[in-house]
Write a protein that binds this ligand. Structure first.
Ligand SMILES: NC(=O)c1ccc[n+]([C@@H]2O[C@H](COP(=O)([O-])OP(=O)(O)OC[C@H]3O[C@@H](n4cnc5c(N)ncnc54)[C@H](OP(=O)(O)O)[C@@H]3O)[C@@H](O)[C@H]2O)c1
Length: 232
């Protein structure tokens, strides 16, 4: 345990599993008071408490619903950092196979969800605080079957840069993960071709969020954590 975030409050939207939960764990280890929010955060309290202890605060909300976003912010109160790691329910499908309603729903969850939450959160975040959005390698490297995630992630990165200018002195950054554990066998085999020859662990990716929150002059940046996957 160290005290980098002693006295700081960090809200993690989409923090009940995966990357968000790993960020919650590291933030807490660094002394932060952490609020984790997702649709089933309270229902999954047992698993979350087991992973990171019971001092965490949990709140259930749906990022696509404006009144849920407002209630979450009122619950969290004044915060220092807002991290958003919500993932839409979107399978890999070729463009011609994607039902447009599914694509719109994914956009609503990940892109408009981040957009709406940040718009409503502005007055809840301390001036010397920060916002971290999440994009993903599909925004930068083109893979068949990921056209919808590609445009969502690219839009997220452009939003980050616009907000870094408009919301200053609040800092706004984005983390772009590559391929993160756990993954099926064929993806693990593909990862052997990366310069770092393996998938990222959840902790590898979470560390990027922690470093950005602690980096007082960093804004408008895209931090890529992909083991070099985009280069092959
Ligand atoms: N994992 C990877 O390999 C990878 C690679 C590149 C990019 N990314 C990006 O990294 C981010 C996190 O991914 P992950 O793999 O950690 O995802 P994950 O384990 O599936 O976690 C997603 C989180 O989002 C929450 N969520 C989903 N829909 C929501 C909604 N409508 N309202 C509120 N919360 C919602 C989930 O909880 P509930 O179900 O309780 O709502 C959960 O806490 C995503 O943006 C993803 O696109 C991940």
């Amino acid at each position: 345990m160290n005290n980098t975030f002693y006295g700081k409050k960090i809200l993690i939207a989409g923090g009940s599993s995966g990357i968000g939960l790993a960020v919650a764990k590291q933030a807490q280890t660094n002394g932060a008071c952490v609020v984790v929010a997702s649709r089933n955060a309270e229902a999954n309290a047992g698993v979350i408490f087991k992973t990171i202890g019971e001092s965490i605060e949990l709140h259930s909300f749906d990022i696509t619903i404006q009144s849920d976003r407002r209630r979450l912010l009122e619950f969290a109160g004044c915060i220092d950092h807002l991290v958003i790691t919500v993932r839409p329910d979107m399978k890999s499908l070729l463009f011609q196979e994607v039902e447009i309603t599914r694509a719109i729903s994914a956009f609503n969850t990940k892109f408009w969800g981040q957009y709406g939450l940040i718009q409503q959160a502005q007055h809840f975040i301390n001036d010397n605080g920060s916002i971290i959005l999440t994009s993903g390698i599909a925004g930068e490297k083109i893979y068949k079957g990921f056209s919808t995630m590609a445009i969502i992630n690219s839009a997220t990165e452009t939003l980050c840069m616009s907000l870094a200018v408009e919301l200053a002195p609040l800092r706004v950054n984005v983390v772009s993960p590559g391929f993160v554990e756990p993954k099926p066998k064929e993806i693990r085999e593909y990862a052997c071709q990366f310069p770092l020859r393996k998938l990222a662990s959840l902790d590898d990716v979470a560390k990027a969020y922690i470093d950005i929150m602690a980096s007082p002059y960093q804004t408008g940046t895209i931090t890529v954590i992909d083991g070099g996957a985009r280069l092959i």
